[in-house]
Design a protein around this ligand. Structure first.
Ligand SMILES: Nc1nc2c(ncn2[C@@H]2O[C@H](COP(=O)(O)OP(=O)(O)OP(=O)(O)O)[C@@H](O)[C@H]2O)c(=O)[nH]1
Ligand SMILES: [Mg+2]
Length: 307
């Protein structure tokens, strides 16, 4: 995190500013929570596991404090290179943070991945956020809170629904109280540090994830090849969806190009909202057999190829 070069407010002010890592296994709602706390779509969300592949910053201002949330990839037992890099990025996010919030899905409870994360957080002060409370009864929640708190590492427990916003005020107050005093590290209107080309690629990957099934979402990657701002203030964006095999290319295209058309139109609608301009999106599908083994892919996303 480039704290040195980031813009600051008056250093004599009494504001608070710090990094808050959102940690948890996959699919517990970390990205949904980040978007809710920031009040805008910054990180992509799907019902599929391993949606977030790299660290995503979401910056919010609350009552004069600047809170820099760090969304992280879900932590699990990694096997492949990309999985290892994702899990390493998640732990890096926690290492640098002033506050760590561990998220858990109340439907899944204290599963083996969460157990490993708790072990890895030994010695840290951690806030526990039991998420998706809209899905279970209150009695179940109290039992679950007891189970988690046997671990003895949680300073406070919060029952939240990142989806409908329940429990946000209490969580936010606890987070703010733990931030160090100091000047803001980012300009007031900045929501993330993610370059817009990568953000646009992420949105298209989200739409592709939603359209594809089984293993296919994990075989794709999206790159923004060009982003051209035209004289009429419209933007022309060219992106490539990479797949590992020819057979996958046919599935991404769909019958008569129907699937790629849906991916393109849904991505364009989101991108126009996010960037506040009319946008022309051109999608291509190409086979790049070994993109998982491409060092540049990892570098561009701040991932460690050798993790
Ligand atoms: N019912 C309910 N669903 C939720 C809630 N929060 C998140 N979800 C859903 O859970 C799924 C996963 O949400 P994400 O925010 O992508 O989860 P994540 O932890 O970022 O997942 P990874 O990036 O894969 O690690 C999505 O379908 C969300 O809509 C919640 O409070 N209630
Ligand atoms: Mg996520």
């Amino acid at each position: 995190m480039d704290k040195e070069s980031a813009a600051t407010t008056d250093p004599s002010s009494k504001t608070r500013c710090g990094y808050v890592a959102l940690l948890g296994t996959h699919n517990v709602g970390k990205s949904t929570l980040l978007n809710r706390l920031v009040g805008a779509k910054v990180s992509i969300v799907t019902p599929k596991v391993q949606t977030t592949r790299n660290r995503v910053l979401g910056i919010a201002i609350n009552g004069g404090d600047q809170i820099i949330y760090v969304d992280t990839p879900g932590i699990f037992q990694p096997k492949k290179r990309l999985d290892r890099a994702m899990v390493a990025a998640a732990w890096d996010g926690a290492a640098d943070a002033d506050v760590v919030v561990l998220l858990a899905d109340v439907k899944r409870g204290f599963d083996v991945n969460t157990e490993c994360i708790v072990a890895g957080l030994a010695g840290r002060n951690v806030l526990l956020a039991l998420n998706k409370i809209d899905l279970v009864k209150r009695e179940t929640l109290l039992e679950l809170a007891k189970t988690f708190n046997r671990e003895g590492i949680f300073e406070e427990t919060f029952m939240i629904s990142a989806l409908n916003g329940d429990g946000m005020d209490a969580l936010l107050a606890a987070v703010r109280a733990r931030l160090p005093t100091g000047p803001w590290l980012f300009p007031e209107d900045q929501l993330t540090d993610m370059p817009q080309r990568l953000m646009a690629a992420e949105v298209t990957r989200e739409k592709a994830f939603l359209q594809l099934h089984q293993e296919l979402p994990y075989a794709i990657d999206v790159e923004t090849e060009s982003w051209i701002e035209q004289d009429n203030s419209e933007v022309r964006v060219e992106q490539t969806i990479y797949v590992c095999r020819d057979s996958q290319k046919a599935i991404v295209l769909g019958k008569g190009g129907s699937r790629i058309k849906t991916i393109g139109s849904t991505a364009r609608a989101d991108l126009e909202k996010m960037f506040g301009c009319k946008l022309h999106l051109f999608l291509h599908v190409k086979v790049r057999e070994h993109w998982h083994e491409n060092r540049a892919h990892y570098r561009e996303r701040g991932l460690d190829f050798d993790a």
